[in-house]
Design a protein around this ligand. Structure first.
Ligand code: SF4
Length: 130
């Protein structure tokens, strides 16, 4: 079943095949949920989400995936994305620069992100990652 966000109940009759979904205001989302939304918006604009850490625009690779389920190169297929262990947890970080290895969740690198311009494929993949 296809879902849709329709604010005006009168409009539902115009789209009989769609089920309404509840709209959750961003103010009610968790910090992680809001961060994920911001990151997806940055990718859609052609800016890598780690730009919020570097405080300068980190451009996407020309062949980067632009959306979560789209085709293209991803951080998950990059040799610089490494798992760092701290105490009993592990965190995915970009090891290309020490600046990107902070303990903040803001510098965690999601495998689904589109690859940045510094992407280098992991030896065991073609770079598309998870
Ligand atoms: S260097 Fe690799 S892991 Fe780091 S941000 Fe770019 S694509 Fe992602």
């Amino acid at each position: 079943m296809t879902e849709a966000v329709i604010d005006d109940p009168d409009q539902l009759e115009m789209f009989p095949g769609l089920e309404p979904v509840e709209v959750i205001p961003e103010s009610e989302l968790s910090a992680d949920q809001r961060r994920t939304i911001r990151q997806a918006r940055m990718l859609a604009m052609g800016v890598h989400p780690l730009s919020s850490v570097t405080r300068s625009s980190l451009l996407l690779h020309d062949d980067a995936a632009r959306e979560k389920h789209g085709a293209g190169l991803r951080c998950g297929g990059c040799r610089f994305r490494q798992t760092v262990r701290y105490r009993d947890k592990s965190y995915p970080k970009c090891a290309r620069s020490a600046e990107l290895m902070s303990r903040s969740a803001a510098s965690d690198v999601r495998a689904w992100w589109g690859a940045c311009r510094y992407f280098e494929p992991r030896p065991d993949t073609r770079g598309e990652g998870a």
